[in-house]
Design a protein around this ligand. Structure first.
Ligand SMILES: Cc1cc2nc3c(=O)[nH]c(=O)nc-3n(C[C@H](O)[C@H](O)[C@H](O)COP(=O)(O)OP(=O)(O)OC[C@H]3O[C@@H](n4cnc5c(N)ncnc54)[C@H](O)[C@@H]3O)c2cc1C
Length: 145
């Protein structure tokens, strides 16, 4: 029998942890209190470490598909004067995809299955059971909406 993990919150952390667990052979269920994933209209800065994590999980290509990488960066003081700058390169990258793209890619990559006791497998959960995640908050998971 597969080990099972229940994850509270379908944020970036919950979906990423869920996918990592699933790829290690765990049965994963993510609980999310909201009916939607993430903030669909917002972009998210993905720096080198995050990009490497997504790559290791096989989720990087769809997340950054069509996204132009940043080529340079600057830091400015309150007066707008640049006090440091540099260029991004192969080992230090920055992409800014939409949060929706990130959340949806991670969500879709999860190998959803029906709860034990029901028939069939793969992506068969109801909307409420498909909502899942991880959160830094400490309260118990709420019932999925
Ligand atoms: C304005 C803003 C801009 C940001 N920009 C960036 C950026 O560009 N790049 C970057 O890397 N980071 C950015 N961050 C930080 C980034 O959003 C957080 O680090 C990240 O979202 C944390 O992920 P998480 O999964 O831990 O938490 P969250 O994204 O907060 O997800 C937690 C999820 O758990 C759910 N939840 C909570 N409690 C329960 C419960 N009891 N039961 C069920 N579900 C529950 C919530 O509804 C939520 O969906 C930004 C943050 C803000 C506020």
């Amino acid at each position: 029998m597969k080990p099972a993990v229940e994850i509270a919150g379908a944020g970036i952390a919950g979906l990423t942890a869920g996918l990592a667990f699933a790829q290690k052979g765990w049965q994963v269920r993510v609980h999310e209190q909201n009916s939607e994933l993430g903030n669909p209209g917002e972009g998210i800065h993905l720096w080198e470490n995050g990009l490497r994590v997504l790559d290791a999980l096989g989720a990087l290509a769809p997340v950054i598909s069509g996204v132009i990488p940043a080529s340079r960066h600057e830091r400015r003081d309150p007066d707008g004067k640049t006090f440091s700058s540099g260029h991004f390169g192969r080992d230090f990258r920055l992409y800014v995809p939409s949060q929706a793209s990130l959340s949806t890619t991670l969500y879709d990559a999860l190998p959803w299955s029906r709860p034990a006791g029901r028939s069939s497998s793969t992506r068969g959960w109801s909307q409420q059971n498909r909502k899942v995640g991880c959160t830094s908050r400490t309260e118990a998971p709420r019932a999925p909406i």
